[in-house]
Ligand binder design. Structure first.
Ligand code: CMC
Length: 429
């Protein structure tokens, strides 16, 4: 017999079905709780609420496990490419040789932007944050490719939009950078694979060809792979929630980009470097800033530390720290901010405040050091996160729209405002 959970409410015993995941994770389904008892559950920030079942990513925060479609990220980071990992996330399995070739070929086919879209870039102030440009441009794609905005796209249409987005977002990101520095746009090239193509669009110019360095490309591939999905995080949940109203994929992803932008989420990589620069300017006094991070009267937090689900270590941070060390060694770069970051990590990991709260470096703590070494400007860091997270967003939107159990997302609340009172005309208030 299927397992059930009994809950006693107001003297009545109610039964709820238990849902068990592949790895033995358990939930009980409270969808009928309100109709049977009048109660809702209250869980601000969804600290304990599952919003869906999903077959995409498995995460165990206590053991530091992260797998895409069953495959550990350590293996993907070592052996896969970003294009192959994107296929894995979106299609549910690794591609064979022909499938991978066709997938890569489609990237090239869709890498250009409609020329009219170039006007948008020109209209933005040069100081515009590239995340503002990216989110607007992704939404604007729906106006240029309206044939893919059906309420219920077919699986073939979804796959086509997926490729379009993966390829065009890379171009949009590079163009938004070029706009910000006032250089002419560099168009995508057919002879380059995903990451070298991006680097070339970012850094080459008519007077300054960019030399692709394999180690730099690989470091970026690893970063993109490690960012590619993270189950029901803030931006992915946003993509699913927006998509649950049958908003099209472009609109849903655009919303996800906005959610990612915040410093508690994908904006943390930028915030980490800003924090390290501030500490460095202030004489590198690590103790002072660790104390500030612990002080409840201060707004200061140790950026790049802590995670809602990882309570032991973030497996992505482990790989990224090593990757940062390796890349800087290979490039012969000495970044004092890396030394400072290590000092701050060491001090925090010894401090009872951080130990008790199980606060460890997360994916954003060392990623910025790699971006800096590559020459990516600070305000582009969240954009790099967005490029990486895109296949995950797409995979979740696809899973959500194809799942017959999906309903429009519509949480409840407990009202704490005024009780009923009468309107008083303005002269009598
Ligand atoms: N520095 C100082 N104290 C912290 C930090 C931090 N970075 N993170 C959490 N805490 C404290 C927090 O004050 C609270 O203390 P207390 O129990 O005394 O009230 C306790 O630890 C639990 O924190 P929380 O805010 O309830 O935890 P959360 O799960 O709601 O938030 C978080 C998770 C990532 C938003 C938070 O740890 C944070 O703000 N970290 C800094 C921003 C950051 O690095 N974000 C990137 C996350 S990884 C990329 C991604 O996937 O988004």
């Amino acid at each position: 017999m299927a397992e059930k959970v009994e809950v006693k409410i107001d003297g009545k015993t109610l039964e709820f079905p238990v849902i068990v995941g592949t790895e033995g994770e358990k939930a009980f389904d409270i969808a009928k709780l309100r109709s049977q008892s009048g109660y809702i559950t209250l869980d601000p920030g969804f600290s304990n609420t599952g919003s869906c079942t999903s077959a995409i990513t498995y995460l165990d925060g206590d053991k530091g496990i992260l797998r895409y479609r069953g495959i550990p990220i350590e293996q993907l980071a070592e052996k896969s490419t970003f294009v192959e990992t994107s296929y894995l996330l979106i299609h549910g399995r690794l591609p064979n040789h022909d499938e991978l070739e066709a997938f890569s070929h489609a990237y090239n086919e869709h890498s250009m932007l409609h020329e009219d879209m170039i006007n948008f870039f020109q209209a933005y102030p040069s100081t515009a944050h590239p995340m503002a440009i990216l989110s607007a441009m992704v939404c604007a794609l729906s106006a240029y490719y309206p044939e893919f905005t059906n309420e219920r796209p077919t699986p073939q249409e979804i796959d086509r939009i997926a490729i379009q987005l993966l390829s065009k977002v890379r171009t949009i990101c590079a163009f938004s950078y070029k706009k910000s520095i006032g250089e002419p746009f560099v168009y995508p090239r057919y002879d380059l694979s995903y990451v070298p193509n991006f680097l070339n669009m970012m850094f080459s110019s008519p007077t300054r060809p960019y030399k692709i360095v394999d180690e730099v490309s690989r470091a970026l591939v690893v970063l993109f792979i490690l960012h590619a999905d993270h189950e029901q995080n803030c931006s992915t949940s946003t993509v699913r929630l927006v998509g649950s109203s049958h908003a099209n994929l472009y609109a849903s992803i655009s919303a996800g980009i906005c959610a990612l932008w915040g410093p508690l989420h994908g904006g943390a990589n930028q915030a980490v470097i800003e924090m390290l620069e501030m500490v460095q300017k202030d004489g590198g006094n690590v103790e002072k800033y660790i104390a500030k991070a612990k002080d409840k009267n201060s707004n200061f937090r140790l950026m790049g530390f802590g995670h809602r689900v990882y309570k032991n270590f973030d497996p992505r941070a482990k790989i990224i720290k090593k990757c940062a060390d390796d890349l800087l060694n290979k490039l012969g770069v000495h970044d004092p901010l890396l030394d400072l970051a290590k000092k701050m990590e060491e001090a925090a990991l010894k401090d009872p405040y951080f130990v008790e709260r199980k606060l460890y470096p997360n994916v954003d703590f060392y990623s910025g050091i790699i971006y800096r070494a590559i020459g990516i400007p600070l305000n582009m860091f969240p954009v790099m996160f967005a490029i990486g997270r895109l296949p995950g967003w797409i995979a979740h939107w696809k899973e959500m729209i194809q799942d017959p159990a999906t309903k429009i997302g519509r949480p409840f609340q407990i009202y704490t405002g005024e009780p009923k009172r009468d309107y008083v005309p303005i002269g009598k208030r």
